[in-house]
Design a protein around this ligand. Structure first.
Ligand SMILES: C[S@@+](CC[C@H](N)C(=O)[O-])C[C@H]1O[C@@H](n2cnc3c(N)ncnc32)[C@H](O)[C@@H]1O
Length: 172
């Protein structure tokens, strides 16, 4: 099932999508993935789960393999094309749209947004909208899990408010 809205794919165009799994290899490693899937599986319980920004299915597919009914919302059609090319990816219900505003039918025990993807929403208003959208999809007592890095602000020298970091050439 794939519902398509007229939205752009944002940063994750076809070129990036094709390289995504390889470029994010460490995040596909069992040591990174299994603890996350364990927690999400426990929180989903016997209910359904909705991944905001499902991408190529890095987390959704192993979670589904554990017996959880997983749905997704994703802005980038090229990322979903990569998901569709994987075992189990063809049948996964994914709606193309913005996770801050896209509504899908039904309610979920668990909504999750991992791998720092909340920061793809670059204004506080959009992030608040995203939390409201998660709440709209949750059953009473359900969970919204957000995984994000905590910037090392304590490493900044006094008076500095940013520090430069390296971006792999493959992402430029
Ligand atoms: C770092 S990837 C994470 C993908 C997947 N969740 C994972 O853990 O591998 C970020 C994803 O967020 C999607 N994305 C960015 N902004 C979005 C938005 N506003 N709504 C839905 N998806 C979005 C991108 O297209 C991309 O697939």
């Amino acid at each position: 099932m794939l519902k398509t809205e007229n939205v752009s794919c944002g940063l994750f165009n076809e070129r990036i999508a094709k390289r995504y799994d390889e470029a994010s290899k460490a995040m596909f490693d069992r040591s990174a993935l299994e603890p996350a899937v364990d927690i999400l599986c426990e929180l989903a319980g016997n209910g359904r789960a909705l991944e905001f920004a499902i991408g190529t299915g890095r987390v959704a597919l192993p979670l589904h393999a554990r017996g959880v009914d997983v749905h997704g919302i994703e802005l980038s059609q090229p990322m979903v094309d990569q998901l569709r090319a994987k075992d189990g990816g063809q049948q996964m219900p994914v709606t193309i749209g913005d996770m801050a505003t896209t509504h899908i039918d039904g309610t979920f025990n668990l909504v999750f947004l991992v791998y720092n993807t909340i920061s793809n929403l670059v204004t506080q208003d959009e992030q608040v909208q995203c939390f409201c959208n998660a709440a709209d999809h949750l059953e009473s007592g359900g969970y919204f899990v957000v995984e994000d890095t905590i910037p090392s602000l304590h490493k900044l020298p006094a008076g500095e408010s940013f520090c430069a970091f390296d971006v792999p050439p493959s992402w430029i």
